[in-house]
Ligand binder design. Structure first.
Ligand SMILES: [Fe+2]
Ligand SMILES: [Fe+2]
Length: 181
């Protein structure tokens, strides 16, 4: 399997160890949730700009998920995938109900969390896995910047900060669960 022309390392659960498998399980769960966020957004929003934004980001997240789906053995996937899909969908739908800006603020908050989550995995990951994580992280950084730019000065509002905090803690809880189940 290759990623942008670079060969992905063979998935070796024994060599990777429990920690890294837990990380990768949470990454796969995260991509499942990310795809669902944009599906939820698109199911609810009739805003042309937000829909275009969601459609573009959805394509990237589907690529991420397809990549991990092809690489990660079933033993290294979360058993709670339907829950991650549902919670992602509900988050995207809720964000869309709140309107365009609220949608952007939500995506910016999720991606800020994801970038940090990837960063924490890098020091202990083998080289080939690092390349994969950096590749995903780069896309998520683009998503975050795009969302933040579109949200404009509304990110500075107290309500936006409070919501971003809730999204952050919700994502952290999901990761803790997905790492083990
Ligand atoms: Fe992603
Ligand atoms: Fe993303």
């Amino acid at each position: 399997m290759t990623l942008d022309g670079t060969a992905l390392p063979r998935f070796d659960a024994d060599a990777f160890g429990r920690e890294l498998c837990g990380d990768l399980r949470s990454d796969h769960a995260g991509e499942t949730g990310a795809v669902a966020i944009y599906m939820g957004m698109l199911a609810i929003s009739r805003d042309k700009q937000l829909r275009e934004f969601a459609l573009t980001h959805l394509k990237t997240e589907q690529k991420h998920l397809a990549l991990l789906d092809a690489w990660l053995p079933h033993t290294c996937r979360s058993r709670l995938l339907p829950l991650w899909h549902l919670s992602g969908w509900l988050l995207g739908a809720t964000a869309a109900v709140g309107g365009r800006r609220f949608g952007y603020i939500t995506v910016s908050a999720v991606e800020t969390f994801v970038i940090d989550h990837c960063e924490k995995q890098l020091p202990d990951a083998p080289e080939g896995v690092q390349a994969l994580l950096r590749n995903l992280q780069q896309d998520e950084a683009h998503h975050q910047q795009d969302a933040e730019q579109r949200a404009g000065d509304s990110t500075g509002r107290t309500s936006a900060k409070l919501w971003s905090n809730i999204v952050w803690h919700g994502s952290a809880l999901a990761v803790s669960l997905a790492r083990i189940i």
